[in-house]
Design a binder for this molecule. Structure first.
Ligand code: PEP
Ligand code: MG
Length: 580
């Protein structure tokens, strides 16, 4: 049994079999084996090599005679390499000498052969190095079960173990089968974290090298509450976690009685608790957790279609579906926020040196007007279906807001000309997630119908700490006095101008932040649906005056640590917090 600690990214407990999803040789597992495992490891290699040979033979058999002797004759060489007794012998010897897993040994044997062949004078031999790489990759695919590697095709329940997960993989994977996630990289507000919370999959990220420690089929425990991963637990630990999981599920179900109740403080202030969603399929979970609407629909995930970008009609259908599911409740859809950590492979030119400070969100849209206008048309067309609000991300100053509003007005004009109905008074809000926007919130509040504070980015830009980088995750401090002061400014300025303020960053769903945000005057909290009941329970148990008093106290404190310690003990004394 081995235990690893990372960042708790999505709460809950999962127990299951490991499925390493590895993309390149840097993430090939590396672990020691004992004397009596050598024969078993060699047998795994023989089976994988045999399968690879059969696979190549199939390709050869299905190739026409003509091609077989031209383009594809290298395949014959591949079969020969795989069946070469000397090659197999080298792997067996490597296993005995190194006493590590066969994937690692295979990589070393291939590296060694490639080194010798590259140094040879013979150009034919030099060219054969490509074949060796190709062959070894095929064998590795079998050793690592990559033949069923498409996450969309998963047919059995697994715990996903990976170095990193592209948003595309996360959206397209078969979520019913992924019971937990353990990842080398990633922080609490990285997109894998956000998506795993959205799909209610317990996840521990930022584990550094978990991909090196786990092999296919190992039993894993993912404790998303504590940020712990246990590999091959002993019986006692396993029993303990089976009962912890039951207890967690029981308490979650218990909290659902909150659904019928309003988020109202003991002295009568009504707060809106809305949901963040990434794909329309999450609507059922939004409805079953008693959300007052949708505070953030991250539309960029709609753009992740295999090999293309969703067109106007597809977007219109998706937006309408969400609006029709919640006809009485406000639904805030954010325009495309690509770039930074949300790279969509189909959109070209996004490989920048400094993407977080680069060509993202409205900056990208303003220079890709076709994409931007298409989205705005789809949104406006869907607006009569419900209470739609449009929200622009990453606004850094009033000029940018004026520019995006101009495009919106042009699109409205087009629709009028074409006699296509839309809501003329559609509320248009902005995200406050760049410090310059927070500091000029008095100016921006005159131009926007509402604010929504994106703390994930606001914290990142205020403290200059990459939100997805586990190495500096300790600096990602939501209760940093600098962050709290910005929140105070934004909420105060918005209220001065008579507009409401929501928060859709992950801080809104953090139960430890619930009372502080109340005291700061936040009107709406938008979060992963399953966090709603717990936050609601807290809001229903305090008064505004208590919350304001707490805020008064912490704003006097000098350091994050002081504030964090104080808040945690203040909250723990009063509430039994489930996810920490
Ligand atoms: C945020 O930055 O807080 C936010 C909600 O947007 P995203 O996480 O999608 O960048
Ligand atoms: Mg953001």
């Amino acid at each position: 049994m081995k235990e690893f600690t990372g960042i708790s990214a999505s709460p809950g407990i999962a127990i299951g079999r490991a499925f390493p999803y590895l993309e390149d040789s840097t993430t090939i597992p590396h672990y020691d084996i004992t004397d009596n495992q050598i024969a078993m490891e060699y047998q795994r290699f023989v089976e994988a090599a045999d399968k690879a040979a059969v696979e190549i033979q199939d390709i050869i058999d299905n190739t026409s005679e003509e091609d077989r002797y031209t383009e594809n004759n290298f395949l014959e060489t591949h079969v020969m390499m795989l069946n070469d007794p000397e090659f197999r012998q080298k792997v067996n010897e490597g296993l005995k000498q190194q006493q590590v897993n066969v994937e690692r040994v295979l990589m070393d044997v291939v590296d060694d052969l490639v080194g010798k062949m590259s140094n040879a004078q013979d150009s034919y031999l030099q060219e054969r190095t490509v074949d060796l790489h190709d062959v070894s990759r095929r064998v590795l695919n079998h050793l690592l079960y990559r033949e069923r590697l498409s996450l969309a095709d998963l047919q059995e329940e697994i715990i996903l173990v990976t170095h990193n997960l592209l948003p595309t993989d996360a959206v397209l994977m078969n979520k019913r089968m992924v019971k937990g996630i353990a990842m080398d990289v990633g922080g609490k507000t990285s997109h894998t974290a956000i998506l795993s919370r959205a799909f209610e999959i317990p996840a521990v990220l930022g584990l550094s090298s978990i991909t090196q420690e786990v092999r296919t089929g190992d039993t894993l425990i993912i404790d998303g509450n504590k940020g712990v991963v246990i590999v091959e637990p002993d019986d006692k630990t396993l029993d303990q976690y089976v009962s912890n999981r039951k207890e967690w599920e029981r308490r979650e179900v218990q909290l659902l009685y909150m659904n019928e109740l309003a988020a109202e403080t003991t002295d009568g202030k009504l707060i809106k608790l809305t949901a963040n969603i990434e794909v329309p399929e999450e609507i059922d979970s939004v409805l079953s957790h008693g959300a007052d609407g949708i505070g953030l629909f991250r539309s960029e995930f709609l753009f992740i279609q295999p090999n293309r970008i969703a067109d106007e009609e597809e977007q219109y259908q998706a937006y309408s579906k969400v609006l029709q599911a919640m006809p009485e409740s406000p639904v805030t859809i954010r325009t495309l926020d690509v770039g930074g950590d949300k790279v969509i492979p189909e959109l070209k030119g996004m490989d920048e040196q400094n993407p977080i400070l680069g060509w993202r969100a409205v900056r990208f849209c303003l220079s890709n007007l076709d994409i931007f206008r298409t989205q705005l048309r789809a949104l406006l067309r869907a607006s009569p279906e419900g209470d739609l609000r449009i929200m622009f991300p990453m606004i850094s100053g009033v000029e940018e807001l004026v520019n995006v509003m101009n495009v919106l007005n042009e699109v409205k004009e087009d629709l009028r000309r074409e006699n296509i109905p839309f809501n003329e008074d559609i509320p248009v809000g902005i995200m406050i997630e760049v410090p310059s926007a927070a500091l000029t919130s008095d100016i921006l509040a005159k131009e926007a119908s509402f604010f929504s504070i994106g703390t994930n980015d606001l914290i990142q830009y205020t403290i200059a700490v990459d939100r997805g980088n586990e190495k500096i995750a300790y600096l990602y401090e939501p209760f940093h006095p600098g962050v709290l002061r910005l929140l105070q400014i934004v909420i105060h300025q918005a209220h001065e101008q008579g507009i409401e303020v929501s928060m859709c960053g992950e801080l809104a769903g953090d139960p430890y932040a619930a009372v502080i945000l109340l005291g700061l005057g936040l009107d709406e909290y938008s979060m992963s649906s399953f966090s709603i009941p717990e936050v609601k329970k807290i809001i229903r148990s305090v008064s505004m005056s208590t919350a304001e008093e707490l805020v008064g106290e912490i704003l006097e404190m000098k350091s994050y640590h002081e504030i964090d310690r104080y808040i945690r003990s203040w909250m723990d004394e009063r509430f039994e917090i489930l996810s920490r």
